[in-house]
Write a protein that binds this ligand. Structure first.
Ligand code: NIG
Ligand code: FE
Length: 417
């Protein structure tokens, strides 16, 4: 912990994202709560004051603080990356080349590539090796201004290796000053040894993995890949129901490749439905009435070379609360950069830069049910703050393929790039 308070002053724009006690929808997503010539005072891991630079001078802690001049910079809440898969060991370069030569994600998966080709590396890795990989990923993610990360298991796909993945995530999280929320994704795909009996694998997830994870507090959430070639809606419902029965919270990968009826899954009050490329109009209306967030992952569409992107306009204009995340993973989205995600969201999904920033901060916090602590710059919240070299917030989504993040504070601790 920094021993002295830290005072950021003269930010050309300080984006507070303050206000609202529900996830942001519709035109609320354009409200960033900007303070010009803004200042932020943090102490002992918490935000103490968020004001203009003139006003903050009166604060009693300001005089003893270490001051960082933020002229020509935008200060905003650290990004909340609410969807990542960091527990893997190797990049999937064969899949990458196959796709370049014309094969689709599903064709590669059916031929034994895809998620299944990441299993061996995880099963053979020691917990230390896996934890090292996760920690490197967390550090890389933070360098782009992200301070909270949701991290899934999902490449071990047997009891032992899924638990090892969650333990590795926990071990990495202990060595990183940001906040990590863990998710069991034992139901990512059916592993090859259960291909002829998928129900037996669903039983292992439900009867062995979920009870153990709940008892050992190895994860907060249970996720499932509800998709053609992965798990059916009925299998997904069984898994999410079991999670709720064990006191775990839920989220789900849905509508990435095909449409699925979301009503039955909403029964489990998922914090978020992720991907949503093929969401129906009827389900957008359902989401407008619920606090389940629609988390869009456009970096995956970019990396798969797809023409089609998640329908952000339909969702936002229809009243659903939208978040953005990287989907950091070796198969569809090998990127740690939330600013790249903002760029893809604006360019390919026609989100306004302000909507993209809201989606990547306060709505991301809602997607992890951390809105009380994260996602906005308000006194009492965690001192999770990013500083970008930009005069105007729109530049965060405008420059791409470069990293303009100059400072990032995770619970008040600055990590140096
Ligand atoms: O979110 N859709 C399922 N899971 C990941 C892909 C994982 C992989 O291909 O390794 C995703 O895109
Ligand atoms: Fe994913």
């Amino acid at each position: 912990m920094n021993s002295r308070p830290i005072l950021l002053t003269h930010a050309s724009q300080l984006l507070t994202l303050r206000g609202e006690h529900s996830p942001r929808r519709g035109t609320q997503m354009r409200e960033l709560g900007i303070i010009n010539d803004g200042a932020l005072l943090m102490n002992e891991g918490k935000i103490v004051a968020v004001e203009s630079t003139d006003e903050v001078a009166h604060h009693e802690l300001a005089a003893q603080a270490e001051e960082i001049d933020c002229r020509g910079k935008v200060v905003l809440p650290g990004f909340v990356d609410s969807h990542t898969h960091p527990a893997f060991t190797n990049p999937r370069l064969i899949d990458f080349e196959k796709r370049i030569s014309g094969a689709s994600y599903e064709e590669i998966a059916e031929a034994g590539g895809g998620i299944r080709s990441s299993i061996r590396g995880v099963r053979e890795a020691s917990i230390e090796q896996l934890a090292d990989h996760v920690l490197n990923a967390l550090r890389e993610i933070a360098a782009y201004g992200t301070t909270t990360v949701e991290a899934k298991s999902g490449y071990g796909l047997n009891f032992e290796s899924e638990m090892k993945s969650l333990q590795a995530i926990r071990r990495a999280a202990e060595q990183w000053p940001g906040t990590v929320i863990s998710t069991l994704l034992g139901a990512h795909v059916v592993p090859p040894e259960y291909r002829s009996d998928p129900e037996a694998y669903v039983a292992i997830v439900s009867e062995q993995m979920i009870p153990f994870v709940a008892e050992q507090k190895l994860a907060s959430y249970v996720d499932v890949f509800c998709e053609r070639g992965a798990f059916t809606p009925e299998q997904s419902a069984r898994i999410l129901r079991t999670a709720v029965e064990h006191g775990l919270k839920t989220r789900a990968h849905v509508c990435q490749l095909t449409s699925v009826d979301l009503g039955p899954l909403l029964e489990f009050h998922p914090a978020s439905f992720d991907h949503m490329d093929y969401v129906s109009d009827a389900d957008v209306a359902l989401l407008a009435e619920s606090n389940t967030i629609a988390t869009l992952l456009p970096a995956a569409n970019y990396f798969l070379g797809l023409d089609r992107f998640p329908p952000a306009r339909k969702l936002i204009d229809g009243g659903a609360a939208v978040a953005l995340a990287t989907d950091y993973n070796p198969g569809t989205s090998p990127t740690s950069s939330m600013p790249f995600v903002l760029s893809a969201a604006c360019t390919h999904m026609k989100m306004l830069p302000a909507e993209a920033i809201t989606a990547a901060t306060i709505n991301g916090a809602w997607a992890l049910e951390l809105q009380q602590r994260k996602g906005s710059l308000e006194p009492g919240k965690d001192a999770d703050v990013a500083v970008f070299a930009a005069e105007d917030y729109r530049e965060l989504a405008y420059w791409f393929g470069v990293n303009r993040c100059e400072h990032v504070f995770l619970g008040g601790i600055e990590i140096r790039r």
